[in-house]
Every structure is written in structure tokens, then in C-alpha cells.
Design a protein around this ligand. Structure first.
Ligand SMILES: Nc1ncnc2c1ncn2[C@@H]1O[C@H](COP(=O)(O)OP(=O)(O)OP(=O)(O)O)[C@@H](O)[C@H]1O
Ligand SMILES: [Mg+2]
Length: 448
């Protein structure tokens, strides 16, 4: 007599290119390098999922620089596209001792964690670690992860990273050139959603996203996200003054005595930007909070600004001394009506404003710049901007903020008016504070 076993077969996705190569590559540090939407994140998560199913009791860390970014990116892909409800994988919310994790019936664990909040994973060890969008990380983050690999249930230990190309000088590109990280090149043709291998042509979705959205980018973003080139921006406005390592700092508690300023750049289809700055006793500005969001009305932004600022509440922000804004009178009136606060139109001269900002970004006599950003200042990442491969915060604009090019190819003395919303707010603050006359004048006879 034979016993029939009930078996449910779950269809596997088609795997191509770099992800296929990953399956047989056991090098300790691997980087999947490619333009937007080639299937890197999906493919890596599917690969990890298979390993966790195959090796009972295995542990994988899925990380990204900022914890808050994980939920909307890699974890969404994992939950929505990789997991199948019939596999009985459950999310465990964590306890005092154990971090939150996806638990497999065979005892394997997938642990999601932001590298900005090491928390309980600080003392843990893993069979493998995946860092999503690893170009956001520092070399210390990469080394922290490498140190957490241990010989466990999977016969090889691996740190897997994925990213879109950045500047050619980026340390990850250099690491791949030196051979310390194995580069696996991922291309649009690797993604069955966008490329039909039988017809040898783009799918309808591929045509829309790769040719339409990514093909519609310009300059350095086109090179990186459409063509996968580690390109540097030509004619970047702040190339001699902005240095991410110097101008982006770890957040700290801001003393209540430091004056605050708000800068606004209105937009709906383009992002609306609101930045909170604090000024220390030496006149240095720290941008400690930022909203960078499309498709939201001014009145809703005001609600969020009030909720985040918590003016008048214990531990809330002090009221801003001044609110600088662009010259859109209608949006300014809406903002004033809903917030009950006056705003000041910013000093208009663009080139003078750029000079003032550049001089604040450079180190002053004490070696410190006078304009800095908190590393985690962005309140929420706009997922539509992520999809469109547009900057999602001011820090991401610096790289692609370039001088306009004339038809003769010569750079003009004015910025290209694209992806400059966060740049405008810095300009408003620096120009109005450093260049604009205070408006207060004294009679000559004041000392008599
Ligand atoms: N092998 C595959 N089979 C079916 N769909 C896939 C496959 N690989 C990727 N996709 C789908 O294609 C889309 C883009 O994939 P994914 O987000 O993994 O790309 P990516 O290379 O990580 O993009 P980015 O560079 O923007 O992070 C997703 O909707 C994903 O589900
Ligand atoms: Mg991805």
C-alpha cells in the first residue's frame, strides 16, 4: 500500500544574470551593481529566502543604513513579492532579549534592522547579511557587518550588498576595483518584469519604467539609474564646498537656547520642502529636520510641521525666529493662514545666495563648516520619488545640482532649474542671514 503525500508546489520566479551568478558565488563580500529596477533587491531576497528554507536554523540579517527606510523598501518587496502565505512564515515583534524577525517553520530567522539602530543585533552573529542600498553606508557600517558573520548553519558566510552606481570615487566602487568586493553586474535585461527574453524586447511595463521614467532623467542621474555608470556630475555647483563626510553630522540634542529658523520651498507636483535649522553660539547652522514631499497640500504640511515642532510643549522646539520662503505669494498666504505665523520672502539673488551657501559649507577658521545636516533629518521618504529615481532629500540634491549648460556646451553662470528644492532653502537661509540688510538703521547722532 502506498501513502499519498499532499504537496503544494509554489511557482519559482525566473532568475537571470547577476542573481543567477550569485547562486554559485560564495565570496565573502559581494556587490550587486546596477541601474534602477534590474531586479537586485527582489532577486537577493528570493535567494536568501531559499537559503533559509534549505538550511534549518540559519540566520540572515537584512539591513539598511536607516531603520525607517527598511519598511518601505526591501521589506515591502520581501513581504509582497517573495513570501507566500502557504509557507507559514510569521513575523515576531521581538522581546526584551530578541529582535523582531520573520520566523521560518524550520527555525530559520530573517532579522530586519537599520544600521543606525544596532540595538539587539549588536551582539548577534549571522550566517549571512544583506545590506540594501549599501552606498548610503559608511565603511564602518560595512566592517561592522563583516564582523558579525559566523560559521553557522549555511556552509559559507556572505555579506551581500546591492546599490545603484554613485560617484566613481565612492569607496564601494573602489573596493570592487581593488577586488575586495566581488562585483556582479545587474542589467535591465535580467528582470523578466521589464524584459521579455523570448521576444527579445521590452515588456509594456519595461517600456514605461525603463525607457519612460529612467530614460527621462538627465545628467548624472540618467547615467547612473538608466545606464548603470559610476558617473560624476559635470559642473556640480558645490563640488568644491560640499563634502558629505564633513557637512553631514551625527545628530545630538540641541540646546533649547539655540535660535531656530524655518525655510520653505512650496511645491505640489515638485516636492514641498520645509527645513528646520538651529544656530549655535558661533553662528553655525544645523539642519536638524526636513520634510521633502510631493502630492500634499500646504494645509496638510502645516499640520505635520506643527506636530513635529511641538511648539509650546515640554521638550518641543522653541518658536522659529523667522520663517524664510520662496516668492509664491498664494502658497505663503495659505501657510500663514493655517499656521498663524508670519513668513519672510527670501533674498532673491541666486548667484549671491549660492556664494553665501558655498562659503558656509566650506570649513571656517576652526575647521568646521557653518552649515551642516543631521544624518537622519528626513522625516519620511517619499516613495514615489524613490521610484522615479529623483532626489528624496536635500542631501541627495548636492550631487546633481549643476550649472546650466548652453547650447554650445559651455556652463552658464546660473544653476539648472532641476532638483533644486532643498538647495533653494539653504540659499534662502544663507543669503537672507548673511547678505540681506537687517532693515534696522540708526541715526548718525546715536552716540551723542
Ligand atoms: N526575477 C523576477 N521575476 C519577476 N519579477 C521581478 C524579478 N526581479 C524583479 N522583479 C520585479 O521588478 C521590480 C523591480 O525589482 P527590484 O525592486 O528588485 O529592482 P532593483 O534592481 O532592486 O531596483 P532599484 O535599483 O531601484 O533598487 C519589482 O516589482 C520586482 O518585484
Ligand atoms: Mg533595490
Amino acid at each position: 500500500m502506498t501513502t499519498a503525500t499532499l504537496e503544494k508546489r509554489i511557482a519559482a520566479p525566473e532568475i537571470r544574470g547577476a542573481i543567477w551568478q550569485l547562486g554559485s558565488c560564495h565570496d565573502t563580500e559581494v556587490g550587486l551593481d546596477g541601474p534602477g529596477g534590474t531586479g537586485k533587491t527582489f532577486g537577493i531576497l528570493y535567494y536568501i529566502h531559499t537559503l533559509l528554507l534549505m538550511y534549518a536554523g540559519a540566520k540572515f540579517l537584512v539591513a539598511r543604513k536607516y531603520n525607517t527606510d527598511l519598511a518601505g523598501s526591501a521589506l515591502a518587496t520581501y513581504r509582497d513579492d517573495v513570501l507566500d502565505p502557504d509557507e507559514n512564515i510569521h513575523f515576531y515583534h521581538g522581546s526584551k532579549e530578541k529582535p523582531p524577525a520573520y520566523m521560518y517553520p524550520n527555525g530559520s530567522l530573517l532579522i530586519p534592522n537599520g544600521l543606525d539602530k544596532h540595538g539587539k543585533v549588536r551582539s548577534m552573529e549571522f550566517d549571512g547579511i544583506y545590506i540594501n542600498e549599501a552606498t548610503e553606508c559608511s565603511i564602518n557600517d560595512i566592517e561592522f557587518c563583516r564582523m558579525r558573520l559566523r560559521k553557522g548553519k549555511i556552509p559559507w558566510q556572505q555579506l551581500i550588498m546591492d546599490f545603484n552606481p554613485d560617484a566613481p570615487t565612492h569607496f564601494l566602487n573602489q573596493r570592487m576595483i581593488e577586488g575586495r568586493t566581488t562585483r556582479l553586474l545587474s542589467r535591465h535585461e535580467d528582470n523578466p518584469r521589464y524584459w521579455d527574453r523570448i521576444k527579445n524586447d521590452w515588456t509594456e511595463e519595461g517600456r514605461r519604467y525603463v525607457l519612460g521614467v529612467l530614460g527621462g532623467l538627465t545628467g548624472v542621474r540618467l547615467a547612473r539609474y538608466r545606464f548603470g555608470i559610476w558617473a560624476a556630475a559635470e559642473g556640480a555647483i558645490y563640488q568644491d564646498s560640499w563634502d558629505r563626510a564633513r557637512n553631514v553630522v551625527a545628530p545630538f540634542k540641541i540646546p533649547a537656547s539655540w535660535p531656530r529658523y524655518l525655510c520653505l520651498d512650496f511645491g505640489y507636483t515638485h516636492p514641498f520642502v520645509c527645513k528646520w535649522y538651529a544656530e549655535d553660539s558661533d553662528g553655525r547652522f544645523y539642519c536638524y529636520r526636513e520634510i521633502y514631499k510631493t502630492q500634499r497640500l500646504v494645509e496638510d504640511h502645516v499640520k505635520q510641521i506643527k506636530a513635529l515642532s511641538r511648539w509650546g510643549q515640554p521638550d518641543g522646539d522653541p518658536l522659529p525666529r523667522q520663517i524664510f520662503r520662496d516668492h509664491d505669494a498664494e502658497d505663503a498666504a495659505t501657510f500663514e493662514r493655517h499656521s498663524g505665523l508670519y513668513t519672510t520672502a527670501a533674498y532673491k539673488s541666486v548667484s549671491e545666495g549660492i556664494q553665501a551657501t558655498a562659503s558656509r559649507l566650506r570649513p571656517a577658521g576652526d575647521g568646521k563648516p557653518r552649515l551642516m545636516y543631521f544624518a537622519n533629518c528626513l522625516v519620511e521618504r517619499d516613495q514615489e520619488l524613490v521610484r522615479m529615481k529623483k532626489p528624496t532629500c536635500s542631501i541627495e540634491e548636492f550631487d546633481s545640482y549643476v550649472w546650466k549648460q548652453g547650447s554650445d556646451g559651455q556652463l552658464k553662470d546660473e544653476p539648472a532649474k532641476e532638483d533644486d528644492h532643498g538647495m533653494d532653502t539653504d540659499r534662502y537661509l544663507c543669503a537672507t542671514k548673511d547678505l540681506k540688510q537687517s532693515g534696522v538703521s540708526y541715526a548718525k547722532s546715536i552716540w551723542r
